[in-house]
Design a protein around this ligand. Structure first.
Ligand SMILES: Nc1ncnc2c1ncn2[C@@H]1O[C@H](COP(=O)(O)OP(=O)(O)OP(=O)(O)O)[C@@H](O)[C@H]1O
Ligand code: SF4
Ligand SMILES: [Mg+2]
Length: 330
């Protein structure tokens, strides 16, 4: 049996965008433009990149919240990329999601008991007593109390509401949870508590996470491996620690240089300030999409799309600066 729970091959999600003028041509927004990666069973794969680079689109594609343009999504060996709702039914329980804003994703008219029992009832037929037992044990797992059972979302803090969302996702024993910026809206003091809780849950249940954040400092602690995205592409994949100690792609280097290094034994990184704005995904640069902001851009970068090189030890980078061993080409 494969050690991968998820294998994503050449995934594309394009959106048609109507022109603002009456006779203008319809254009195509390439939100995700052919990405390849896999997530091992029990692993946390982090996905980072600036706003609009396509992180949520990848997440929503994987759990099939929408159709994709092309590609394959193997979930536990089965290609679910082109299944219709009927075909997806047997996978729905196994793939759950936690989003950034629990206030928007939790129905305000339902109390905690109703919120957590809803997915259980959709995916099974538990008795009221079974529901209550499971919910009480889930509340304990996510650090909430028995007397929270009949409270409503507005009666909780942001961190507590996110704990309710996590309990709701866990209630059906999923194999995979998409965590799309689950801590970004929380106070810094609460962020670490929620990350630690997600790690404890993974240790106990073996659940696999895709953990999305726009900030590299947030994903470092929780991720085993990290993919860095730019304008619809994954440009680098590495083990979390390796990515921090030796970022290869110039975009990863720039992202990392912007966060303070708390470990004083590591030499202070030189701050790399990127010039210009992220180009529009409706009009991405030719060749390497990062070339308009890259401090190392060369002639070839304008002409040729850099292929994703597997440079050993599971590391991958898409940049013309490197050879297949990950060495800088002189
Ligand atoms: N339904 C849609 N129709 C048209 N364009 C869309 C749609 N959903 C997303 N996009 C576009 O696709 C691109 C990727 O969006 P996505 O939400 O995946 O980015 P993201 O990396 O999650 O950003 P953020 O960090 O802000 O959440 C963006 O340019 C966005 O405007
Ligand atoms: S391929 Fe060229 S432009 Fe792109 S990141 Fe590498 S050096 Fe920079
Ligand atoms: Mg997003």
């Amino acid at each position: 049996m494969s050690e991968n729970l998820l294998e994503v091959k050449d995934l594309k999600k394009y959106y048609p965008v109507k022109s603002s003028s009456l006779f203008g041509k319809e254009r195509v927004l390439k939100a995700v433009d052919g990405v390849n990666f896999s997530i091992k069973k029990g692993e946390t794969f982090g996905l980072v990149g600036e706003s609009g680079c396509g992180k949520s689109t990848i997440g929503r594609s994987i759990i099939r919240l929408h159709d994709i343009t092309s590609g394959n999504i193997f979930f536990d060996g089965d290609d679910i990329a082109s299944l219709n709702e009927k075909g997806l039914k047997k996978y729905r329980r196994r793939m759950q999601a936690v989003f950034q804003d629990p206030y928007a994703s939790l129905n305000p008219t339902m109390n905690v008991f109703e919120l957590i029992s809803e997915p259980m009832k959709i995916h099974g037929n538990p008795t009221p007593a079974e529901q209550k037992d499971t919910i009480l044990s889930l509340l304990d797992q996510v650090g909430l109390k028995k007397d929270h059972l009949y409270r409503y979302p507005h009666e909780f803090s942001g961190g507590q509401r996110q704990r309710v969302s996590i309990a709701r996702a866990l209630s059906v024993n999923p194999d995979f949870i998409l965590c799309d910026e689950p801590i970004s809206a929380l106070d810094v003091s609460v962020q670490a508590q929620v990350v630690n809780m997600l790690e404890d849950i993974q240790e106990k249940t073996g659940v696999t996470y895709l953990f999305i954040a726009h900030d590299l400092s947030m994903v470092r602690h929780i991720s085993n491996r990290i993919g860095v995205m730019y304008l619809g592409d994954i440009v680098e994949i590495a083990e979390s620690d390796e990515l921090y100690t030796e970022p290869l792609h110039p975009y990863t280097q720039a992202l990392l240089s912007a966060i303070p290094e708390p470990d004083t034994t590591i030499a202070k990184r030189e701050r790399i300030v990127l010039s210009g704005e992220v180009p529009s995904p409706l009009n991405a640069p030719s060749g390497c999409k990062f070339r308009t902001r890259c401090p190392h851009a060369m002639d070839i970068c304008r002409e040729v799309v850099p292929p994703m090189l597997a440079i050993g030890n599971g590391r991958q980078v898409a940049c013309h600066l490197y050879d297949e061993e990950g060495k800088i080409i002189e």
